[in-house]
Design a protein. Structure first.
Length: 268
């Protein structure tokens, strides 16, 4: 059994050669010695025509190891609250295996993370990140976590579990938080709201981010994966968050009356 693509030919090209060419065009070439040994990146997950340039620019700046934990929001509400997929992903650019050692560690350590394929079966937020990661790392293994809306205290617990599991495997692991920002507001409204959220990220304040998004009703779909990623990064001794790029869908569509915001950030 393998997890099949659900948004190929919609969010990104389904043809392998065309997909690789598209990702190459969106991902600048950066000298290896200039890449950051990051703990995490935060990347958008819309169609590549809209958010691909921000995703490509962000991932180009960091070293992508063989193992990547991807945390994305559960848009459909199916499956466990924090669902870990354990079957390989069949993607247009090749099959991506699960890092079974790290997945097993997470399931053994955590009281909240649950093995569950249903949450992943129709979810796009993790899938759209995979071709960028494959492009950067030929021997990619993933640990996919599809996350529903959970209380802040549970975010803290999951983050500690992730940090413990990463420390237990004693090799480089990159965390990827998948999120879009404000949905369907004017460019002016979206930018104002999103920069409130981004300020909390840059201040390395996951609790502030969680509370701000709720209090201001910011439609940042991946706030919980982002909060968990920031908390886990702090547990892993990261100290800095850097904004690579902020933009919105209007840059591609020309429509600035109803945009979706996109941000790319690096945690190191």
């Amino acid at each position: 059994m393998m997890r099949q693509p659900v948004v190929a030919n919609q969010f990104y090209p389904g043809d392998p050669a065309q997909l690789e060419q598209t990702v190459a065009g969106l991902t600048p070439v950066v000298d290896e010695n200039k890449k950051i040994a990051a703990t995490a990146v935060i990347m958008p997950h819309a169609g590549y025509v809209y958010s691909g340039a921000t995703a490509g620019l962000t991932i180009s700046r960091v070293q992508v190891p063989e193992t990547v934990i991807i945390l994305g929001p559960n848009h459909h509400g199916r499956g466990a609250a924090v669902a870990l997929g354990t079957v390989a992903w069949q993607m247009p650019m090749g099959t991506v295996p699960i890092d079974q050692e790290l997945a097993t560690q997470l399931l053994q350590i955590s009281q909240i993370i649950t093995q569950d394929e249903q949450a992943h079966s129709s979810e796009h937020s993790l899938e759209v990140q995979v071709p960028f990661l494959q492009f950067m790392q030929n021997n990619l293994h993933i640990v996919p976590l599809c996350v529903s809306h959970i209380p802040y205290a549970e975010c803290e617990e999951v983050a500690k579990d992730i940090a413990k599991a990463v420390q237990a495997v004693s090799r480089p692991v990159l965390l990827v938080a998948s999120t879009d920002m404000t949905h369907y507001k004017s460019r002016e409204q979206a930018s104002a709201q999103d920069h409130l959220a981004i300020e909390n990220m840059l201040a390395f304040d996951p609790k502030g981010l969680y509370e701000t998004v709720h209090a201001r009703r910011i439609s940042m779909c991946g706030v919980v994966p982002t909060v968990i990623t920031l908390l886990a990064s702090r547990e892993l001794k990261s100290e800095k968050v850097e904004l690579v790029r902020y933009t919105d869908s209007g840059e591609a569509s020309g429509d600035t009356n109803q945009v979706v915001g996109y941000a790319g950030l690096i945690v190191s």
